[in-house]
Design a protein around this ligand. Structure first.
Ligand code: HEM
Length: 381
């Protein structure tokens, strides 16, 4: 097994991570020319190191103005001062989100898609609910919400380094529409003036540029909520069903979700590139070397988590998992995501008796995320 593999091709990657954490916590993969870091301590060190930069996407001359504006201003993809501005913008936007109950969105999705008491949980709920919740919490109207939530699965490809010409053409089309919808919508929000002045004053940038950074980072919230939240809603449901327990309270569900984030996380790794030579446990990671930070490996490090290979929702430090990252680029939605997943699964377990309709779960062909392709379940009141 190599450091880079598609989750769809590996039945259980965790024994490999556990072995690497003990035997090769900082490993140079000669084939892929990448450092892979597995131990908790060293993953934290890389993520907190300001000279471990987010890798830049290769220049793609076929992307249009809107797509380029998006990839060059997203917090998730930027470094240095630009990152500080983008991150502050994303944080301010996030703080303006209205709290939205998920019950009505979930009920509508289930009612629309259930057939003979069966539903594909991934397609019908996990791929739609997080982004619809974010859209609703910013008061997007139904038509725009439907457009964005339907396009988001194709649009997240904008974050990937390799895009075919066909994908690029589609991305350009969606980028222009999503950018136009979002920019128009922001200017109608009641907090528009104060949002813009908060950012342009603190960062001393023009109002026009501020509006663009706000638009892009609001789009960033749609993008980020799609892949990772989908995986958590799926993986947490699988863990809960596998425990075959009777319905428990919200607190129990939340603990199960936090332990799922450690034990079977939706995001397995993230990447950095050394901006200068970096010393890590007496190893020199040379300037321009690529680094794979194996968050899912750190989560199974027995130096950090006692009996790390056991699913134990009562373990005291489960919430110290690295699934949301740490340091400058840490996820700004960690509490939001746990809350959202708790509310969704609470509603589901409270209203239905659930059983799973397949034995073997297949995973998406992704390197950085472990996300089920489909989960067919039956639901009875
Ligand atoms: C289970 C759900 C989620 C997981 C596991 C997750 C995970 C992560 C991780 C690992 C990072 C850091 C990446 C790195 O350091 O390279 C990150 C960043 C980020 N996340 Fe999340 N995320 C989740 C949900 C969300 C949601 C729902 C939103 C928005 C509503 C969001 C917004 C962001 C943003 C804007 C960043 C970039 C922060 C920055 O670079 O400064 N995430 N997320």
């Amino acid at each position: 097994m190599t450091t880079l593999f598609l989750q769809s091709e590996i039945k259980n990657p965790y024994p490999f991570y556990e072995k690497m954490t003990v035997e090769n916590p900082i490993y140079w993969d000669e084939t892929n020319k990448i450092w892979a870091v597995y131990s908790y301590e060293h993953c934290v060190e890389v993520l907190k190191n300001e000279n471990a930069h987010i890798p830049q996407l290769p220049f793609n001359p076929n992307l249009n103005h809107y797509a380029l504006e998006i990839i060059s201003n997203l917090a998730r993809l930027s470094n240095g001062v630009q990152h500080q501005i983008a991150k502050e913008t994303a944080n301010i936007l996030f703080s303006y989100m209205k709290t939205i109950g998920v019950d009505s969105i979930l009920k509508e999705l289930i009612d629309n898609e259930i057939s003979q008491n069966q539903i594909n949980w991934v397609d019908s709920v996990c791929k739609k609910l997080p982004v619809l919740t974010v859209l609703k919490s910013f008061d997007f109207d139904t038509q725009d919400s439907i457009f964005i939530s339907e396009k988001i699965s194709s649009f997240v490809k904008i974050m990937s380094p390799n895009k075919t010409l066909e994908e690029t053409i589609l991305l350009n089309e969606i980028a222009e529409k999503i950018y136009t919808i979002t920019s128009k919508h922001i200017s109608k929000l009641p907090f528009y003036e104060s949002l813009l002045s908060q950012i342009s004053t603190s960062q001393n940038i023009s109002l026009e540029k501020t509006l663009s950074i706000c638009t892009v980072n609001l789009i960033g919230l749609f993008i980020q909520s799609y892949d990772a939240c989908r995986g958590l809603l799926s993986n947490a449901l699988l863990q809960i069903i596998s425990k075959e327990t009777l319905f428990k309270d919200k607190n129990w569900i939340q603990k199960m979700i936090v332990e799922t984030l450690r034990f079977d996380p939706p995001i397995h790794n993230t990447r950095r590139i050394a901006n200068i030579d970096i010393q890590l446990n007496n190893i020199t990671i040379k300037k321009d070397d690529s680094i794979l930070v194996v968050l899912a490996g750190a989560n199974r490090d027995s130096k950090k988590f006692e009996n790390a290979i056991d699913f134990d929702f009562e373990r005291e430090n489960n919430s110290e998992h690295l699934t949301f990252g740490i340091g400058g680029h840490m996820c700004l939605a960690k509490y939001f995501s746990v809350q959202l997943t708790t509310n969704v699964l609470y509603y589901l377990l409270k209203h239905f008796k659930i059983s799973i309709l397949e034995n073997e779960i297949e995973y998406e062909p992704m390197i950085n995320a472990r996300s089920p392709k489909a989960i067919y379940i039956s639901l009875y009141n």
